[in-house]
Write a protein that binds this ligand. Structure first.
Ligand code: ATP
Length: 201
């Protein structure tokens, strides 16, 4: 199993990049989606969260009140650690399960926390989507209708651009337009097909 881990800061273009890989037939596992699934309504993990924080951590429909939990772990690092110890192994399991369904020669694991969460250990190669801080801010503001300060606060809470790049085997510079991005990914795809063949032999 040859897995390329894809990461990048907020608004760097991870979703745009994964779409291009998907059109080439590559299986993409999204760690954010798996993370939501492990705490879906009536899961053991959500029951454990409700046992710790009370039923008020649930919405009326039984789903997790994410905003409330986010607030708790933001204020209390101990609670953050407790939550991570509960969810990280489950997320890892879910990712591995998803990767096992891969029929293509290689798969992509996209995760904003690929490096911080240890998910990079599931990957043979790390691909970082990179843009300048200014581009990150402009594109995220436009997409999410947030103001500059809100976007800067999120960027500051993530690992730095330099730290991320230090882990990269490959870097996509996503400053240019989306057509150029597709060209870059087509070339990378050829490289990954060769590398995955070497890995399997
Ligand atoms: P997040 O971490 O918040 O999920 P992301 O890394 O997935 O963000 P995208 O949603 O792919 O980032 O991109 C952010 C915004 O920038 C989107 O509105 C997207 O359409 C736009 N965008 C991405 N790449 C380009 C590009 N090369 N040129 C112009 N706009 C782009």
């Amino acid at each position: 199993m040859f897995v390329v881990g894809l990461t990048g800061g907020i608004g760097s273009g991870k979703t745009a990049v994964t779409r291009c890989f998907e059109t080439l037939g590559v299986l993409v596992i999204d760690a954010d989606i798996v993370a939501r699934e492990v705490v879906a309504a009536r899961t053991p993990a959500l029951q454990a969260i409700a046992a710790r924080h009370g039923q008020t951590i649930l919405l009326d429909d039984g789903n997790l009140n994410r905003a409330k939990l986010r607030e708790i772990v933001f204020k209390d690092p101990g609670e953050r650690r407790w939550l991570e110890q509960l969810t990280h192994p489950l997320i890892r399991e879910g990712i591995i399960h998803g990767l096992q369904n891969a029929k293509a020669p290689y798969s992509i694991l996209v995760s904003p926390l690929l490096i911080e969460s240890g998910q990079a250990q599931l990957c043979q190669r790390i691909l970082v989507v990179d843009v300048s801080r200014d581009t990150q801010i402009e594109r995220t503001m436009q997409r999410d209708h947030n103001n500059r300060q809100q976007v800067e606060a999120i960027i500051n809470a993530q690992i730095s651009r330099e730290q991320r790049l230090a882990h990269a085997d490959d870097v996509i510079n996503n400053e240019a337009d989306l057509a150029l991005l597709a060209d870059t990914i087509t070339k990378l795809h050829q490289t990954y097909l060769i590398l995955s063949k070497q890995h399997d032999s």
